[in-house]
Write a protein that binds this ligand. Sequence first.
Ligand code: PPS
Length: 570
Amino acid sequence: MGAFKEAHGGELKQLYLGEGAAEQAKKDAANYKTWNLTARQLCDIELILNGAFSPLEGFLDKADYDGVVDNMRLASGVLWPMPITLDVSQEFADSIKAGEKIALRDAEYDLIAILTVSDIWTPDKAKEARQVFGSEDKAHPAVNYLNNTAGPVYVGGKLEGVQYPNHYDFKLLRDTPAEMRGRFRKLGWRKVVAFQTRNPLHRAHQELTFRAAKEVEANLLIQPVVGLTKPGDVDHYTRVRCYEHVLEQYPEQTTTLSLLNLAMRMAGPREALWHALIRKNYGCTHIIIGRDHAGPGNDSQGNPFYGPYDAQDLFQQYEEEMDISMVPFKMMVYAENKAQYILADEAEKTDNVLSISGTEFRRRLEEGLEIPEWFSYPKVVEELRKSYPPRHKQGFTVFFTGLSGSGKSTIANALLVKLLEEGGRAVTLLDGDHVRKHLSSELGFSKEHRDLNITRIGYVASEITKNGGAAICAPIAPYTATRRKVREMIAPLGGFIEVHVATTLETCEARDRKGLYAAARAGKIKEFTGISDPYEAPENPEVVIKTEELSPDLAAQRILVKLESMGFIR
Ligand code: PPS
């Protein structure tokens, strides 16, 4: 092994039980209390168990946690920048005690590991946020997670691994640190520079990574994160298909690709150290650290959480101790006159430098505009276009809201017909009455039941929208908070157009086609919207329709125009 020492990292923890012991553990676990691992905990536990988080042997206990939070060191003094904790509910914490073994299972109830509880404590989350993320601002995704998702109590203790967490996708691209080191050894790769990423790669990335590898005379490991990244990132399925195309662009035998099931925290400088220690465990000798490495974007005042070079500065302080070297990321720009990428700081005045920002790239995808070949590879763009079709190919939901008898159904039906006439998308009408009959027949009109009804409609509409269809919903939906929830569920998947059919109560009551208002006034129908139950008018709907002034035909026409102006139909 001597010859390969350079690309070999330090001691790797291997926490999996042998086959016999694992079988026994499964039987014993029937008597243990079970904690169902969250998505983040599943990522963390995989990397603890496979040695990527060496020297950790479990979820941090109290002494290690305090050390990590205060000064990035475990109680043993070893450098470790990120608290890896098992957060649980108060109820679960109250049911266990130190010394006890607990079963950690995934969503399918498969036993992943046994944890021997050493400590149970309530952390000071505000302090953790300040120390680890440098801020208590909930615009930071990890601070938000800490406060709004993570349980209130931490449980520390050593792990015994029983089963690898299941992955059904890209199996051949997933490696444990031991497997990766083995591959480097086989290939004779003595120096390896790692590139960490959570974004699709384009030509500039290929240029800079290859240049970085050449600079330190190393081979290159592209190791993208496929666990949890920043909300709103391109999904990992799409990204991995893109990475596979980009891999073809490197000279043969120079570069390899492996996926890392890491749950990122977007903790900037501390995260850079963490990424480096993980890559060292994977057998890398170098890691590329960029400008604003693992940055979470801006805080709620619009200022960046970390300075652009904070990560590189902190790295430098600990570089020797970490025993993995930093290759600072260099900005590459395209010089049109030279028809090649050059270092941004080497660009001359006469160079015609081209660039496309991330925002501009997304706009071009959204609007189906051209993306030049100097910017990305056609196959990569094709993959991204498939997953992020232009708006006119995305699904959308038109969500009507308004009093009973306001005219929602009539306009919704007119819109349905016009969209069918238009063609191009499957259209589904989820009318209030139909939903009440087929989806919500057991529900009444209490606040709780109405919320459930609207949430069901929202869920069905979100599935339709996600799959490129058009959903038209026409319930009363009287409560602002529930409508907001539905919007939040659907908007990330396609279009969401809220239409307030703002017919006044007087008009609805005067029309009273079904005689319901009279019955409500007479007290024969309880909790009737507008009479004995509130209707909270939307504050910012995309369209407002006053049926006193507009026929159903013209109202539907107005919605079509809105859809056109938003780019969903052409
Ligand atoms: S909600 O609040 O969004 O869940 O209501 P929705 O599913 O749209 O159902 C409204 C229709 O149910 C009839 N109905 C009532 N409406 C309001 N309040 C009470 N208490 C009530 N009881 C029965 C009424 O016919 C509504 O139909 P539309 O088509 O809106 O007139």
